[in-house]
Every structure is written in structure tokens, then in C-alpha cells.
Design a protein around this ligand. Sequence first.
Ligand code: DMJ
Length: 641
Amino acid sequence: MTTPALLPLSGRRIPPLNLGPPSFPHHRATLRLSEKFILLLILSAFITLCFGAFFFLPDSSKHKRFDLGLEDVLIPHVDAGKGAKNPGVFLIHGPDEHRHREEEERLRNKIRADHEKALEEAKEKLRKSREEIRAEIQTEKNKVVQEMKIKENKPLPPVPIPNLVGISGGDPEDNDVREKREKIKEMMKHAWDNYRTYGWGHNELRPIARKGHSTNIFGSSQMGATIVDALDTLYIMGLHAEFLDGQRWIEENLDFSVNSEVSVFEVNIRFIGGLLAAYYLSGEEIFKIKAVQLAEKLLPAFNTPTGIPWAMVNLKSGVGRNWGWASAGSSILAEFGTLHMEFVHLSYLTGDLIYYKKVMHIRKLLQKMDRPNGLYPNYLNPRTGRWGQYHTSVGGLGDSFYEYLLKAWLMSDKTDHEARKMYDDAIEAIEKHLIKKSRGGLIFIGEWKNGHLEKKMGHLACFAGGMFALGADGSRTDKAGHYLELGAEIARTCHESYDRTALKLGPESFKFDGAVEAVAVRQAEKYYILRPEVIETYWYLWRFTHDPRYRQWGWEAALAIEKYCRVSGGFSGVKDVYSSTPTHDDVQQSFFLAETLKYLYLLFSGDDLLPLDHWVFNTEAHPLPVLHLANTTLSGNPAVR
Ligand code: DMJ
């Protein structure tokens, strides 16, 4: 393309430039013209150079930005006439100068803010111990490694899938039982369909307000907790279209790269447990991949001076912390002690021992610690490695720690003897110090607090009936019958706590004080939030004894839930089980679909559905297969049989 600069004013085209020697006379005129042109070019290049030099000379105002001490001298205020700090400095008024001043101001503010931030950070660093700083550096390093791993997006290594026995079936022969099972399935569909319509993608459902619901355990983002928690229940009930719908949501929407602070324990039992169970049942890789992605995000929680994880972790930054209410910054036994099953499966499926090492480190640390009366306190400080308040319970704060000791042994095909020994020792101490008989003959599990026994049992502690029954086989000499009996006694007590209410649903917590037996006293303890523990215990007792009373008690509970908790938009908890006109709390908990309805369904199914010698249920009722590791353990050591 010809540029206008090459066109002379006359419009005649300039002949091409020829710098070679003149060979023909007619070239002379051309040469003269070229010389002129070269001169012109040199001249214009020179002018350009001068201009360039002028513009690229260092701007003295730029230096002023970094010379805070001199700024007041070199940069006068706008209105020099009215009290400028240095009126002697020459001022140029106009839009450029105004823009400059704004820019200066912005930079000054930024520098000031940066200084303050750096100062704060330095102060914060000084406050922290060496271990904490080391833990922070480790978090950063892990983050980089994780990000690299995620970017690589490598397929996970294939491992032999454990023997998956009884993932469907269990059809009851008896008509009445079959009808009951169908009814439970219908309740599941009602809960799911309403969540699908009004709460899809949210963590939980408000069945009366007909909208999504969440709590701080799930952080600030919509992670579809109900979908993940419900998947395996849908699967075993044969609700395959619903299962696929959930799977699609997970494939397309479940994302863990969110700036959200979640509970490590809850996310582990509901999400990792739920995803792993869905993977084993359906064989769909996506569930395994998501479980591993999430587990990687939880790992920074372990970067504490002791390796005891924080209760909460921010999925994006990896920063962890503990609940403000937990004794002197402690982590909680039932939280850091309820990771083992899922983490062992993660190591098994990925071939990466990191998960296994994290939970084994916790176990080793606990083994070394002194235990008052052989009991594990509920609080442990992750900075100092010392116990917090001496409060021991088999209900909230302690419960699933004991459950996971037993289940670690079961899940290892009964090769993890260390776990079994810890479980046996723990329940012996519990039986000695916490389990009592009421005046009316009810066996209950109290709580050890501040040097004395509180005669109070939580709904959560009712799961222990099932645990004692499950652990009976394999217990110390001649004690199998005793533990099965103990499990049955706990089931009876918990049934009484249901039976002594107006709604035939159990309160959150009940007392054994004088004339009061298995009844809640304080208003704040009278609610029922669709919890599973009592029905869970009925189911285990049913599997081990086939005593029809457990099906009968389970059915009573199912009818009460149907009558008092069902609303047109789903199922809701109730605020007072002693009032015959229930007030709803308007929350459909995700564990209602994961646990309560699953245990009810299993209670009315044959034992061939998820048989207990092949499957171990995590604390959120997600079934994980027993790992028959033949003659090796996960750590590669020979198993001691
Ligand atoms: C569930 O999330 C789990 O069972 C947990 O271990 C404690 N309790 C709730 C339901 O009550």
C-alpha cells in the first residue's frame, strides 16, 4: 500500500529508490532525486529522535511517588494561594495537572494501605508460633501441589474393585413387609421431589417456605448437600431416574473451587462418604473423581502444629480454624475422629497414601495420650496437643469417634487389630463410668462433665445400641452376648424416649432424674429434627436378632414421621414432641434422606440387601465395601491375623 508521504504534491509518482552506481545517463536525474530523498529521510529520522528523546526523558514526578518524605515540598497543593505548604513551587493549572494530582493521590493512598497491611502482617507473624508459621507454609505448598494435580487432570489409577455383594434386591417375601417398604420409598420420593422442585442445588430444603436452606456447616455456597447425601438411598430403592438427575447435577455443577468455609467433618461424612458410596454402587467414575477433588481441598485442614485437623477449612484459601464455642480453641473428638473410613478408601482408590497417613497420625497421637479414667475427653487443642475441658460423651461431640474405631476394624476385613483394641478399651471405660441403670430399670448412657456424671442421654447417643450390637462379634472373651444384650437395652431405652411423648417421636435429649425417666425437661431439648439414630439402632438389632419388635418400633416411628412431619412441600422437624399440635421448624435435613429413610427401608428389606459382612456404613449411613486386602494392609505391611 502506498502511503501519502511517498506521493509528491504534483501527484506524480516518485520513481523507486536506487542506491546502486549510475550505469545509464538517464539515471542521473533519478539519482539526484534519491539523494534529496535520503537527506529528507535522515532529517525526518533526526526530528523523530529528538521528539522521542523529549518524551522518553524520565519524568521527575514519577520519582516523587516513591519519595514520601519530600512529597510536600515537591508537590504543592492545588490552591497555592490559600495556604499551600510550599507556595514557592511553581504551579501549572489545567486538566493535565488535575489528572496528575488525582493519580498522585491514588498512589499515595495505595502506598499507605500497603504499608499498613505489611505492618499488620508483620505483627500477626510475630504473634504466631514457629509451628504455626511452618504449618502455614506447608498449606501454601500443598495448595500449589494440589492445583498442579487438578490441572493435570490425570485419570485415577485403576484398582481392583472390592467384591460388591447385594447392591440391589432385598425384596421381602411377606406382603405386609413389602407394603411397608413401598411406603418408605414413597416417603423418599416425596422428600426428593419437593427438594427437586423447590430447593434444587441448595444444600437443604425449607418445605413450608418452599425454598432452599443451608447452615454454616456447608459454608456459604450451594453445594447440593441433599443431592449428594441422598444418592445411594435413591440407588438402593431403585429410583434410577432420580439418581441420574442427581448425577447430572453433580457432573455439571458440583464445584469445590469456592471461597467457602466448610466443616471438615460434615463435608467428609456427607459429601466424601456420599460420593464414594455412589461410586461403589453405580460404578460411575465421576463420583470417585469428585470425592478425590474434595478430599484434596480438605487436606490443608491438617496443617496444624499437631496434625489434629481444624474443624473448618476454607476450600479456596486452605485456611483453617476451630469453632468459637469449642473449649479454648479445641478440635472435637467426634469430628477429627470420624475421618478414618473415608480416608482409607481414598488411599485405596487413588494409590496415594497421604489420606491414610493423616488419619493414622491422629490415631497414634491419641494412643499416646493419657486418658482420665480411660475415657477420651471430647476436646483436644490442635496447637498444644492437650485435652481441653474434661467432658466425655457417647452422644454429640464424642459419638462417631467410637463408631469409627469399630468400623475401621470391620472395614479392614477385621485385620486392623489396633482399632479393635482401642474400641474395646474405650467401651470398657464407657461401660464402667457412663452406663447406668435408672430406678425404673432403663439402661442409659450418661455424660461425664466436670468430675461428675450427668444423667442425661442425647438422641445422638441412641446410635450406640446399634454399635454395641455390631461390635458384639469379635469382642473380648465371652462378651459377645453381653454386648448384644447391652445394644438391645439401649434400643429399649431409646424406644421409651419416643413412646413417652405425645407425637411418638423422640426428643433431642432426655433425663433420668428422680421421678423423671427418658423424658426431656428443658424446652430447648424437646425438638425432633428428623434424626436417624434410634431407627439406625432398630435396624442393626433387627439384622442381628430378627426380633419382630424392632420392625414394629421402626414402623411406629415411620407413621409418626408421616403424620406429624410430613407437609405438602416435604418433611419438616418439629419443635416440641410433647405437644400434640406440632410446630414445624421448616427444615428438611439432608440426613433424613441419607439415613433415616435408608435405615427404615433396610429395616423392611431382606438381609441380602447390603449384607453387613460385605458393607460397612459410615456415620451418615453411606455404605462402603469391606476392603479384602488379603495379606497386606494399606501401608504395605503384612496383615497380622
Ligand atoms: C448425622 O449427620 C450423622 O449421623 C452424624 O454422625 C451425627 N448425626 C447426624 C444426624 O443426626
